[in-house]
Every structure is written in C-alpha cells, then in structure tokens.
Write a protein that binds this ligand. Sequence first.
Ligand SMILES: Cc1cc2nc3c(=O)[nH]c(=O)nc-3n(C[C@H](O)[C@H](O)[C@H](O)COP(=O)(O)O)c2cc1C
Length: 199
Amino acid sequence: MSRVLVIESSARKEGSVSRQLTAEFLANWKAAHPDDEIVVRDLANEPVPHLDIDLLGGWTKPAGQQSEAEKAALARSERLTAELLGADVLVLAAPMYNFAIPSTLKAWLDHVLRAGVTFKYTENGPQGLLTGKRAFVLTARGGIYSGSPLDHQEPYLRQALGFIGIHDVNFIHAEGLNMGGDFLQQGLARAKEKLARVA
Ligand SMILES: Cc1cc2nc3c(=O)[nH]c(=O)nc-3n(C[C@H](O)[C@H](O)[C@H](O)COP(=O)(O)O)c2cc1C
C-alpha cells in the first residue's frame, strides 16, 4: 500500500480545471491501486502563510528561545513536512497564475524545503534527502507554454522537487484553456488521455 499526497492550489472551487485533473487522476489511480491511502491538502481552504520571520526563527532558534509565534510556525512546517515525508507519491495541481505557480503553492514549498530535513548541504553541493518518491504535476494554463522559455512552472518545479530528492516527476499540462474555439476541449482531452496512461 502506498500513500498519495495531493496538493490542490487553485483558488477556484467551481470550474477549476486543475481540480478536474486531480479528480481524474485520483479516479484512475484508485482503480489501479485500490488499497492506497489518499491525503488531500487544499491550499485554498487552508492557506499556508508566507515564509516570514517567525518561521525562520522557529527553524533556527533553540527551543527554549522561541516565541509562541515561532513555535507555532515551526509546528506548521513540521506538520507539512511530515505529510510529505510520509507520502510515496506526490501530486501537485498547479494552475498558471501570472506566468508561474500560485503563491499558495510557493508558500507550501517554502515550508517543506528544509535544510537538514528534506535536503542538506555537502562539500559537493546540496543533496536531496527524500528517496523513492514519485511526483505528478498537473497544470492548467490559459495559454500554451510547453517547451517554451516562457514556461516558468515546469523548470521551477523540477528544480525545487529535484533539490529535495524527487527526480521522478511526470508533468501533465492542460493548456490553451482560455484561447477560445476548440482549445479548451482539446487541451482537456489531451491531458486526460495522458492521465489515463500514468495511473
Ligand atoms: C489571476 C490569474 C492569473 C492567470 N495568469 C495566467 C498566465 O499568466 N498565463 C496563462 O496562460 N494563464 C493564466 N491564467 C489562466 C489560468 O491559468 C487558467 O484559467 C487555469 O485554468 C486556472 O486553473 P484552474 O482552472 O484550476 O483554476 C490566469 C488566471 C488567473 C485567475
């Protein structure tokens, strides 16, 4: 049995394409892996605060010297990191907002990219500490960016996930969703075809 952690980051509850993709992914996944445990963290329902001075204090100060706010920030980061450490499969749903990932997803990454916990610095450079995990990234984009230098989602997320040791990452893009005509249906159909294959 594996554990699948799904991170939702669309601000939309209704009409969200990325949420449609995660629902499709999960339906396929459950059919192929009925015993797997699914954990869903919805960053729209429960936003993670920006990385701030309290989180930095919680990470770096000795326990006895932390303020209540620093302790709370550290506890939040510990919870989110434990959820990631406990997962075998990570599914990130990432709408494109202003050419990049949602700030809520960036804030989540800021809580789980942790020196000494999910990566460490060595003489040979940084080393990811997570092993044996796979990730799927399901994006929803108004325009078409795949393979273009204007795609700031896929290279960034590959870098961030690789940095903590997740190298087996499969991207499924639903693109051209706001371009009118048949683009929405075509973009969705292509993404769903790929989703059916990966589970
Ligand atoms: C605030 C905002 C910013 C957006 N910025 C971009 C953008 O930079 N490039 C793009 O192709 N689409 C952009 N879009 C369109 C979304 O990527 C598209 O509607 C996508 O389906 C949103 O994901 P969702 O359907 O899961 O909510 C933006 C949408 C919103 C609401």
